[in-house]
Design a protein around this ligand. Structure first.
Ligand code: PBG
Length: 338
């Protein structure tokens, strides 16, 4: 009798040899049955870099297999994204130095590259795919900052005035998701209010609520033509990567101001932040696997240091952490594994 009692206790308290974790792993079918997370093409946003001119498909330094496309060359990648059921693309313009100035005036030009691309995509593809656009001045400023620079300071409230105009312009071109990536204070509320005032109440705001001042943005800055221009760093507006609680405050504020979704960026070094934000809020949390992360993985794959399945592993880590969706340069390449 004591023997049976002992046996029961071992089973209940989960003791080897009665308990064997490997039983749920022995075959592919059981692994599939007990899997806790999954990734589908509907979880992905594909960033696309744009360049002016015609018939261009330019390689980007340290981002193998990612290109800048002129608008007339966009169809294959858009068709592919639609066919793969990727819900949205994020557009990023390479802006030539001649169009940049200290205030980022080109951001408000209704014939700038992004505006032209939105018009083209919306006219041809209607609502088959969502379009997301950054709201920030860095592609357009000669100093590479996201806001207006005066006396070595990035001016918050003056920048907001431009961001509002940039948002309304992009919405009027047909942009579906306005994504303020500038980290100015108060911009989400102001953008929401002014979008509504202009009858764009259906246009979403995906706030880059938790955006860290990071070294992982390097290849992106080269891709949009702001590399080498940046004076100093972005630490007076982007977050300090030593901080966690601050991320929660940022998210709380942006949700209150009307953000429909929030972003955590970069991705893989910040899985703890994704998890934290997801545990405290019920708003969709979008992770951004940024250019430097892409470069590290892709360059290692190209050199056969790791195999291609590492991409899937990296993306699944975002889902496991609680991300609703992921912005990733791998979006169009990974779907074949799903
Ligand atoms: C611009 C912006 C950046 C990224 C997206 N929007 C760079 C930056 O803030 O310097 C980075 C994306 C990437 O690295 O893939 N505000």
């Amino acid at each position: 009798m004591p023997h049976i009692k002992n046996l029961l206790r071992m089973i209940i308290t989960g003791k080897y040899p009665y308990l064997r974790m490997r039983r749920n792993r022995h075959s592919n079918w059981i692994r599939r049955l007990v899997e806790e997370h999954n990734l589908s093409s509907s979880d992905l946003i594909l960033p696309i870099f744009l360049v002016d001119g015609r018939n261009k498909k330019q390689e980007i330094f340290n981002m193998p297999d990612v290109y800048r496309f002129s608008i007339d060359k966009l169809d294959p990648i858009l068709n592919k994204a639609i066919k793969l059921k990727i819900p949205a693309v994020a557009l990023f313009p390479y802006t030539s130095k001649t169009l940049k100035d200290s205030k980022g005036s080109e951001a408000l030009n209704e014939n700038n590259l992004v505006c032209k691309a939105i018009r083209y995509i919306k006219k041809k593809y209607k609502n088959e795919i969502g379009i997301m656009c950054d709201v920030a001045l860095d592609p357009y400023t000669i100093h590479g900052h996201d806001g207006i620079l005066r006396n070595k300071k990035i001016l918050n409230d003056e920048t907001n005035k431009v961001l509002i105009k940039q948002s309304i312009l992009q919405a009027s071109m047909g942009c579906d998701i306005i994504a303020p990536s500038d980290m100015m204070d108060g911009r989400v509320g102001l953008i929401r209010k002014n979008l509504d005032k202009n009858n764009f109440e259906e246009v979403q705001i995906l706030s880059y609520a938790v955006k860290y001042a990071s070294s992982f943005y390097g290849p992106f800055r080269n891709a949009v033509g702001s590399k080498g221009l940046l004076k100093g760093d972005k630490k007076t507006y982007q977050m300090d990567y030593k901080n966690r609680n601050e991320a929660l405050r940022e998210v709380a504020i942006d949700i209150k101001e009307g953000a429909d979704m929030v972003m955590v960026k970069p991705g893989m070094p910040y899985l703890d932040i994704i998890s934290l934000v997801k545990s405290k809020f019920r708003t969709p949390v979008i992770a951004y696997q940024v250019s430097g992360e892409y470069s590290m993985l892709m360059n290692s794959i190209k050199r056969n240091i790791i195999d291609e399945k590492s991409i899937l592993e990296s993306l699944m880590s975002f889902k496991r952490a609680g991300a609703t969706a992921i912005v990733t340069y791998f979006a169009d390449r990974i779907v074949k594994y799903l």
